[in-house]
Design a binder for this molecule. Structure first.
Ligand code: FES
Ligand code: FES
Length: 162
């Protein structure tokens, strides 16, 4: 049986053999790749702290969806593009517009939820250049924040869409 998978992680072509069926993407990212921008909060798909994007080629075009890495098993990632928060800013450190908008709108306090929100906002930014307030609320509905309150975060998403 062939239990190897091949996928792109940020800009890197990865092939893994002997993938353990219960290994999650979150454990792989944090423990094996030290990509610790992706946070572990609830570890059961409720808080969104572990949000990453997973892209699939559909009709010749990459479509990205935001997913909870804590409940996504590695075996499901064959032929995908996994994007983590480390890949959002430019290589010279210049913040992506969604990151800058979070700064401008004071959308982060303790920061634990912030990478997850950034990934959900980035996924929306990639797929919809004129999102409505309802589109934004839908895109962020899987992300919880216990400090900032949601209005500054929604404002950041609105700022980046105009
Ligand atoms: Fe909470 Fe993944 S850690 S949804
Ligand atoms: Fe602290 Fe959101 S800024 S949980």
């Amino acid at each position: 049986m062939n239990d190897s998978i091949r996928f792109i992680l940020n800009g890197e072509d990865i092939t893994l053999g002997d993938v353990r069926p219960t290994e999650t993407l979150l454990d792989y990212l944090r423990l094996k790749r030290r990509l610790t921008g992706t946070k572990e909060g609830c570890a059961e798909g409720d808080c969104g702290a572990c949000t990453v994007l997973v892209g699939r080629l559909i009709d010749g075009k990459l479509h990205y969806e935001s997913v909870n890495a804590c409940i996504r098993f590695m075996g499901s990632l064959n032929a995908t593009h996994v994007v983590t928060v480390e890949h959002v800013a430019a290589k010279d450190g210049t913040l992506h517009p969604v990151q800058q908008a979070m700064v401008d709108c004071h959308g982060s306090q303790c920061g634990f939820c912030t990478p997850g929100f950034i990934m959900s906002m980035y996924g929306l930014w990639l797929s919809n250049d004129k999102p409505s307030r309802a589109d934004i609320e839908k895109a962020l509905q899987g992300n919880l924040c216990r400090c900032t309150g949601y209005e500054p975060i929604v404002k950041a998403a609105e700022q980046v869409s105009h």
